[in-house]
Design a protein around this ligand. Sequence first.
Ligand code: HEM
Length: 334
Amino acid sequence: MNSWTSLFASLIAVIALVLIALFGVGAIGLDTLFGVVIPYIASAVFVVGIVYRIIDWARVPVPFRIPTTCGQGKSLPWIKADNLESPYNMWGLIGRMALEVLLFRSLFRNTKAELREGPNVVYGSAKWLWLGGIAFHYAFLTIVIRHIRFFVEPIPSFVEILSSLDGFFQILVPTLFLTDIAFLAAVTYLFLRRVLVPQMRYISLPADYFPLLLILGIGISGVLMRNVWKVDLLSVKQLAMGLFTLHPVVPAGINPIFYVHLFLVSVLFAYFPFSKLMHAGGVFLSPTRNLANVNRSERYVNPWNYPVKVHTYEEYEDEFRAKMKEAGIPVDKE
Ligand code: HEM
């Protein structure tokens, strides 16, 4: 598929999903299907899919330690080892993994190669992807935590505190959340980067565009619901709590935009385990990241080694000493 076709196919797919939900609820009143049946199926696919993928990865044999490293590995006691860049024990491993998962450390070191006059290849720092990535993931996390308010009663205090911090500047009524702005800006950047940078567009597939557009659709429908076409939050909460407590109810009269939001979220859930979004789980199961580099500090002996008849140098010299001396080759023993 050519790169523009990939983009348009993904865009059409997301628009079709929006129209399906609008038509399904707005025109033919399938509230229960979109409010209960589909979210439950999607959640089941999400859980079963993730368990399946994790078990599948965990069963792959890893016969060698293959950590990626960029520092001195542990070997002889007098060579200073770098436990973070080339972890040799559990603490180093946890430290490096935590920095990777929480701060996207390897992405922070991203570089960009450019051909300048000369011609010379010049490497420069490239932090925008890191910034977009980290802003997107933390905004997403905050939004999901804030959503807890729909699913439980009473609302936990940490959710209230987070929401009031997030709406600290009290821009607009109801308050525009800072994470909503960060979320939409970051996803838009990640999307435009693929569309506008020719090299990125060349390597982008529907599997790259679709999740971004889907997530953008979820964000836009969410913000529209909060700031433009208001939905009845009491009814939403009734529906959400019903889903959560396995006693589903479908209150009448919720604006169809809510069902668009919920349907896109359901599609995201069902799609997640089979997509690149599984990097969320994969990072922990990656043998290049989850193994300590003890390749040189520990001796590995092949368990199926058999005794090999060897011819040592000493024996060799004993055999050829006279000839070696005659040819002027230095010998160990006179
Ligand atoms: C991947 C999961 C989800 C994401 C990323 C997401 C994203 C968003 C965003 C960005 C907003 C804008 C306002 C805000 O930040 O609160 C929003 C609002 C909203 N979302 Fe979601 N959402 C998700 C799941 C859900 C689910 C499962 C429900 C079902 C109850 C839901 C119901 C709502 C409602 C009712 C609003 C309007 C809030 C208001 O008026 O204050 N969302 N969502």
